[in-house]
Design a protein around this ligand. Structure first.
Ligand SMILES: Nc1ncnc2c1ncn2[C@@H]1O[C@H](COP(=O)(O)OP(=O)(O)OP(=O)(O)O)[C@@H](O)[C@H]1O
Ligand SMILES: [Mg+2]
Length: 473
């Protein structure tokens, strides 16, 4: 039985078609992945499913009385939040109702005139909660819709979530660019490309294999048809007069051919980071550094970063990676000890998250680099994978991956000899991740990288700082 059945879905933003007559069906208990390039429309589809966005056309048919939990792409794991609380954000609506009930119960105690109204509202909320099955022990939503849930999780949390989803008794549809995670949790893959949704009955690995094969077949079919068309056209051109009758019949045949569309690839971005002048041999040095806001997070650290070092910093959520980076860069004062920067140090910093504004990428970068020509800025944005339309629409309306690419373009336009990147792969699709990895391999300067994805850094970094080892006992 389908939990949700989507048919004839068409949606257009401005003049950009995101879905054209697309459809899909999620069955009861299915563990599905939703994949596709940055900007393909994955988050849009989830918004349409949850009803927060109305599509231009199409039917979204939910099985009656289905409870869905929804976690949006930018939901964040803030310090002090447990993974359970994080997952519970998916059940937010139910929890909100429960909170409201508690508040109403408090009000009832000292209500005088409006007791009746409160009681009525209480009854309504209670029956909503009961009909949702919230009170049944262990009740989980019939379907979880999760938009890139691993983006802000550390390795241990990702492992927890993997186990949680693997054993999930009900259905889920999870958007992710993390191939390993997808292979572990999914048995069905929906691929979003060319405005349609295609179903593959297997995990990500299976999808990739099938996709490559069907892509090769489509290319062969296109090439074969293209040759046939050329042959017919050639004949018609040569024989229009001499063999007019035959030419006419070929013309008729030609007009009857149902043209196969040329298979196209989505644009593959490429990144490269410029180096400024050479810094001193010792780029950064700390002596008995105690970093933190009020209490030191680590034991006193005496660290040295040498020119050309490429260092991955790993550690649990909330362990203090970003605090350490900010202290090393001088944005945060040490509690004690010292940080010394080598001469001519030029750092460029990719923050973990940066709030999206109503400015367009072009406006933002022009304000940032007033000395650069608009042509250079446009070119860099294009190389990063943004179309002319993207670069002149407000940042807040760009997809997660597109926003990250704008920030990488900003980094590309900066001169630096130290790149500091705080989880730069969040939101990036597989081809963008590959391109970023190549750029960091090729970078001539020094790198400090915070990342939870060993496959992203393990084959090119020179050192790994595991900051758990530095924790105060
Ligand atoms: N309000 C809007 N106005 C104009 N364009 C929009 C709006 N919202 C989204 N878009 C565009 O629609 C496309 C699909 O966006 P969506 O967020 O669904 O992508 P996605 O597949 O989730 O990508 P990512 O992997 O980067 O998260 C993007 O190119 C985006 O720029
Ligand atoms: Mg998205």
């Amino acid at each position: 039985m389908s939990i949700v059945h989507v048919t004839n879905l068409t949606h257009i933003y401005g003049d950009r078609i995101i879905f054209q007559d697309a459809g899909f069906r999620l069955l009861k208990g299915e563990h599905a992945g939703l994949v596709g390039a940055n900007g393909a429309g994955k988050s849009t589809l989830l918004r349409i499913l949850t009803g927060s966005l109305l599509p231009d056309h199409g039917n979204i048919e939910w099985q009656p009385n289905i409870r869905a939990g929804f976690l949006e792409q930018h939901a964040k794991l803030t310090k002090g939040t447990t993974i359970l609380q994080y997952m519970e954000q998916a059940y937010d609506r139910l929890f909100e109702i429960e909170k409201q009930l508690n508040r109403l119960a408090e009000k009832m105690a000292d209500a005088e005139d409006n007791l009746e109204a409160i009681l009525k509202r209480y009854g309504e909320l209670q029956s909503e909660l009961e009909s949702s099955g919230f009170y049944q022990i262990g009740t989980k939503p019939d379907v979880l819709l999760l938009d890139e849930p691993t983006n802000y999780l550390d390795a241990a949390h990702i492992e927890w979530l993997t186990g949680y989803l693997k054993n999930y008794k009900h259905a889920f549809l999870v958007i992710s660019h993390d191939e390993h995670f997808l292979n572990e949790i999914t048995t069905v893959t929906f691929h979003l490309e060319h405005q349609t949704i295609k179903r593959y009955s297997g995990s990500y690995q299976y999808f990739l294999k099938e996709y490559v094969q069907s892509r090769a077949q489509a290319e062969a079919a296109y090439a074969k048809q293209h040759r046939e068309i050329k042959k017919l056209e050639g004949f018609i051109d040569r024989n229009r007069v001499r063999k007019a009758k035959q030419a006419k019949s070929r013309e008729k045949a030609l007009s009857k051919i149902k043209r196969i569309e040329k298979p196209t690839d989505s644009y593959v971005p490429s990144f490269s980071f410029k180096t400024g002048r050479n810094p001193a041999m010792t780029v950064l040095k700390t002596e008995n550094l105690e970093a933190g806001y009020t209490v030191p997070l680590f034991k006193p650290l005496s660290l040295t970063v040498k020119r050309g070092d490429k260092i991955a910093i790993t550690g649990e959520n909330g362990a203090g990676k970003s605090t350490l980076i900010k202290t090393l860069l001088g944005d945060l004062k040490p509690l004690s000890g010292t940080v010394t920067a080598g001469q001519h140090l030029q750092a460029a910093y990719f923050r973990q998250e940066s709030p999206a504004s109503h400015h367009t990428p072009l406006e933002k970068l022009r304000a940032f680099f007033p000395d650069l020509s608009e042509k250079d800025i446009r070119q860099t944005l294009a190389i990063s994978g943004l179309t002319p339309k993207h670069i002149s629409q407000p940042l807040a309306t760009l997809s997660g991956g597109e926003q990250a690419k704008v920030r990488l373009a900003e980094l590309m336009l900066s001169n630096s000899n130290l790149l500091v990147l705080d989880e730069p792969t969040n939101h990036l699709d597989t081809s963008a991740k590959r391109a970023l990895k190549q750029a960091l391999c090729d970078y001539k300067g020094t790198i400090l990288l915070v990342s939870h994805e060993p496959s992203f850094y393990e084959d090119w970094v020179t050192h790994i700082w595991r900051i758990e080892a530095w924790r105060r006992k």
